[in-house]
Design a protein around this ligand. Structure first.
Ligand code: FAD
Ligand code: SF4
Length: 469
């Protein structure tokens, strides 16, 4: 039976239930529930099939969204899972962590009336299909005998490994950490992404023939020279790990923490990877000020709340409209009791033996900067001190080229990002013809889905380079 053309008017958007704030702050688990088959089919059926799938274009991996929505509406779960994996290596993860309001759902024709819940349906497809026994179909893959080293098991490396395996090329993925995922595991907190989901993805990839070598830092445990010599090609997905600091006084006071070590110490404790209490940054009972308005800042806010901080305030130098953090995560932080202080620029972190506060000044928005974002200007005479006994600096990350790049003709740009081909038939190839790169180390700190896209595209270039495509 064909669906009613105005079904979207009769069926409102309905997201899986979100746990109440008072309850979810008591634990670190995910906060959203799941669709069942009927919910997913009904919500997928809201797609207008408008003929101009802007959602596909806005999705960085160009998922075949209307097609898998249609399959889900018909109850064809395994077909939808197979199709979803043709363009995305981590669909269940992107469905959870993509800022959909800025990407696919923001471009949905129904946006004003409640966009189709694309992210939730994408997550449902793989979660449910795997639960029911679906595994990626590798029956047509022909082994080529080629071997490629993938350095970095973050989204870029996993995207590359997925495509390489499907091309019949054996990927061996190295990572310095004891678990795969990069920032998926050692960055994004478990209340946004359950770490079991990342482990499940490891099993799926291993089932496809991907080999992981963990706890191994290339350049230290194994020289890069050996990797280049031992493999037919190399993919680099090393991420960006140099912290951006404010350059103001007091940043080195005890009680001031960089965002990532704070988040990682919490995950390490949760996963049982580090049981030494001295390595755990626990802010229970503290008055915490988080500096920065991006996703990392939101994750720090919400982690501090869950640790039992006495109060959490988040200071950001622009207004709410101009915050870089996903709207969903800002809203979740507010619901969980975070106090936002907009238009406040930090001047200094104050204290004696340890931090006691942050001196801030009010700002107003001036002329746009070269990126089109209005530059904050300080308002003289508005300085104040925000009392704090812990401060977290979440100003982001900068690319940090490895010292071995230069020895292997891998050029970096003055910004520190690795130079790759952007045109021609082998995009994402570095200045060393045997070495390809993608993800945050190429584009700067960005998103999971953009890193997946670049890893996948680089793998297609590697296949061409090896003559198997
Ligand atoms: P990474 O994820 O950083 O992975 C790089 C991997 O390379 C790491 O595992 C590292 O150990 C390994 N490595 C580096 N050097 C070596 C070496 N020499 N030898 C072996 N291994 C090495 N994006 C979203 O889309 N949604 C979000 O909600 C979101 N939240 C975020 C929250 C936080 C706190 C942070 C920090 C980032 C967030 N992001 C989010 C951004 C997203 O996580 C990154 O853009 C993405 O992970 C980049 O992927 P990547 O593969 O390039 O690098
Ligand atoms: Fe939307 Fe991200 Fe999924 Fe693309 S990958 S459809 S942007 S949730």
């Amino acid at each position: 039976m064909s669906k009613h053309p105005l079904q979207f008017l009769e069926v409102p958007r309905r997201d899986p239930e979100k746990e109440a704030a008072e309850e979810r702050v008591q634990h670190f688990g995910e906060i959203y529930g799941h669709y069942d088959a009927a919910d997913a089919a009904q919500q997928a059926g809201r797609c207008l099939d408008c003929g101009n799938p802007y959602c596909e274009w806005k999705c960085p991996v160009h998922n075949y969204i209307p097609n898998w929505l249609n399959l889900i509406e018909q109850g064809k779960l395994f077909e939808a899972a197979e199709l979803s994996h043709q363009t995305n290596s981590l669909p269940e993860i992107c469905g959870r962590v993509c800022p959909q309001d800025r990407l696919c759902e923001g471009a949905c024709t129904l946006d004003e009336m409640g966009a189709v819940s694309i992210g939730n349906i994408e997550r449902y497809i793989t979660d449910e299909a795997v639960k029911q026994g679906w595994r990626p179909d590798m029956t047509n893959v022909v082994a080529t005998g080629k071997r490629v080293a993938v350095i970095g098991a973050g989204p870029a490396g996993l995207g590359a490994a997925d495509v390489l395996a499907r091309e019949g090329i054996h990927p061996v993925v190295y990572d310095a950490y004891p678990e795969i995922g990069g920032l998926l595991t050692f960055g994004i907190p478990p209340f946004k992404l359950d770490k079991e989901i990342v482990r499940q993805r490891q099993e799926l990839l291993e089932g496809m023939g991907v080999e992981f070598v963990l706890n191994t830092r290339i350049g230290e445990d194994i020289p890069f020279e050996d990797i280049v010599n031992d493999y037919d090609a190399v993919f680099l997905g090393l991420g960006t790990y140099k912290y951006v600091h404010g350059g103001f006084q007091g940043e080195d006071l005890p009680g001031v923490y960089d965002a990532l070590p704070f988040l990682v110490s919490n995950v390490n404790r949760q996963l049982g990877l580090d049981r030494n209490p001295d390595n755990w940054i626990n802010l229970a009972g503290k008055h915490v000020v988080v500096l920065g308005g991006g996703d990392t800042g939101m994750d720090c806010n919400r982690t501090a709340v869950r640790q039992g901080a006495a109060s959490v305030s988040c200071a950001y130098r622009r207004d709410e409209e101009n915050m870089p953090g996903s709207r969903r995560e800002v809203a979740n932080s507010k619901e969980e009791g975070v106090n936002f202080l907009f238009n406040r620029q930090p001047l200094e972190i104050v204290g004696g033996d340890r931090v006691t506060g942050v001196k801030v000044i009010e700002t107003r928005l001036g002329e746009p900067d070269p990126d089109g974002r209005r530059r904050p200007e300080t308002v003289p005479g508005t300085e104040e001190i925000l009392p704090a006994d812990a401060v977290i600096i979440a100003f982001g990350f900068r690319p940090d080229p490895a010292d071995w790049f230069a020895d292997h003709d891998i050029e970096a740009l003055p910004s520190g990002k690795v130079r790759v081909a952007t045109h021609g038939d082998m995009p994402f190839r570095t200045t060393n013809p045997k070495v390809f790169a993608g993800g945050d180390m190429v584009r700067g700190s960005d998103l999971v889905v953009t890193a997946v896209f670049e890893g996948r595209e680089a793998a297609k270039s590697i296949a061409k380079y090896l003559g198997v495509r």
